[in-house]
Design a protein around this ligand. Sequence first.
Ligand code: SF4
Length: 66
Amino acid sequence: MHEGCIGCGTCAALCPKFWELKDDGKAHLKGGKFDEEKKEYELELDELECNQEAADSCPVQVIRIE
Ligand code: SF4
C-alpha cells in the first residue's frame, strides 16, 4: 500500500509491529520493500498476525493481503 493512504493511523494503532506513520503523513510498512512501479510496499509474511485486522480496519482499504 501507500498511494491512497489518508494517514488515519488505524493500522499503526492496531498493528504497531508492522506499521508506522511517518513525517509524510502516510503509513509505512516496517521492513517492507517499496515497489516504485506499483507504489506499494511489499512484505513476505510467515504469519499475518495483526495485519489482517489492520487491513480490515483501513478506511480506504489500501492494505491488501494476498
Ligand atoms: S489504516 Fe489505511 S489509511 Fe489509515 S494510516 Fe493505515 S494505510 Fe493509511
